[in-house]
Design a protein around this ligand. Structure first.
Ligand code: KG4
Ligand code: ZN
Length: 316
């Protein structure tokens, strides 16, 4: 079964062709960082316009890379595609519509099924490569738009345990970066700056006590107050202190959930997992608790369309 996956929920357009839920024939991502960095965050109207511009060329590129361009016919051969899947929620509505509309049109022309896919479930489905993790699992998605905790009972069983009550973790990285006059997206900037730190500032832990829910806006505000009250603050020490607080908050949340849901593995996803300090902190926690931790390679942790094809494969 060959599934064409489409992702356009935020500021990346992505297309993938995945066979039988495990063979990635092509995966392309077009980032929009260049346009949004000028504004310090994602501008929804510009995002949907860019998706519209790049989606067809990106699709053609994928077909070429997968070897589906037929030189004799002079046009791509789409007959091997057995289903189409696109992210339909959550995300920016205009951007989501571009991918869904494109996917539905192709599915209709090819007379194959169309699968609507949840973006967060797709992030966690990226952990199903190279082989299935043991279930039940906890699922942690931390990105620019989401901080969510799931109980994953199987490849098609996703139950939301908790969500952020305000800012997402990545959003907090981006906002703190702005406070430190660093460009968008802030996550990688903060991580780089934090490497120069010798004695990180101590900030309160993010999150909501005794709950599966997250909260990052208090931590962001604490950083803002610190900067206001400390004119000669060392930026690297602030960045490192903030990063440490986020990592510790995520581990505490996992720990809280693990005490209540004795799972066999922990699945992760989202742009914030590109952060090495956070990855390492989670690894230490997993080792201490002897639970299998899955962190997909960076290309599959960030927004991509392989995860959309995978989610649809197990949804069928
Ligand atoms: O998953 P993603 O690519 O897109 C969304 O679905 O939001 O995540 C983007 C977010 C941004 O907020 C960005 O600042 C954050 O992930 N991010 C990082 C790092 N790389 C990206 N946060 C912390 N450290 C990083 N190295
Ligand atoms: Zn995402």
């Amino acid at each position: 079964m060959l599934i064409l996956g489409i992702e356009s929920s935020c500021d990346e357009t992505a297309i993938a062709l995945v066979a039988d839920g495990n063979k990635v024939l092509a995966s392309e991502v077009a980032s929009q960082e260049d346009i949004h960095s000028l504004y310090g965050g994602v501008v929804p109207e510009l995002a949907s316009r860019r998706h519209l511009e790049v989606i067809v060329p990106l699709f053609r590129l994928c077909l070429k890379k997968a070897g589906f361009e037929n030189p004799l016919l002079g046009k791509p051969d789409l007959s091997a595609i057995s289903a189409v899947a696109a992210t339909t929620k959550p995300g920016l509505s205009g951007s989501l519509l571009i991918g869904e509309n494109f996917g539905r049109a192709i599915a209709s022309a090819l007379e194959v099924p169309f699968f609507p896919v949840d973006h967060l479930e797709a992030h966690l489905s990226a952990n199903f490569l190279p082989e299935m993790p043991p279930f039940p699992a906890l699922g942690l998605v931390v990105s620019g738009g989401h901080s969510s905790l799931f109980l994953v009972t199987g490849p098609n069983g996703f139950e939301v345990l908790g969500e952020t009550r305000d800012d997402a973790a990545g959003e907090a990285f981006d906002k703190v970066a702005r406070l430190l006059s660093l460009p968008y997206p802030g996550g990688p900037q903060i991580e780089n700056l934090a490497e120069e730190s010798k004695s990180p500032v101590r900030f309160p832990l993010p999150g909501v006590r005794n709950s599966y829910d997250f909260s990052f806006s208090g931590l962001k505000t604490a950083v803002a107050y610190y900067l206001k009250g400390t004119p000669d603050a060392e930026k690297a020490e602030v960045a490192a202190g903030f990063q440490q607080s986020v990592a510790e908050g995520l581990v505490r949340k996992l720990d809280y959930a693990y005490r209540r849901e004795p799972v066999r593995s922990v699945l992760t996803g989202g742009g914030v997992l590109a952060n090495n300090f956070i990855r390492n902190r989670l690894k230490v926690w997993a080792e201490e608790n002897q639970v299998e931790l899955r962190i997909p390679p960076i290309a599959l942790s960030l927004d991509n369309a392989v995860m959309v094809s995978l989610r649809a494969f197990y949804q069928k």
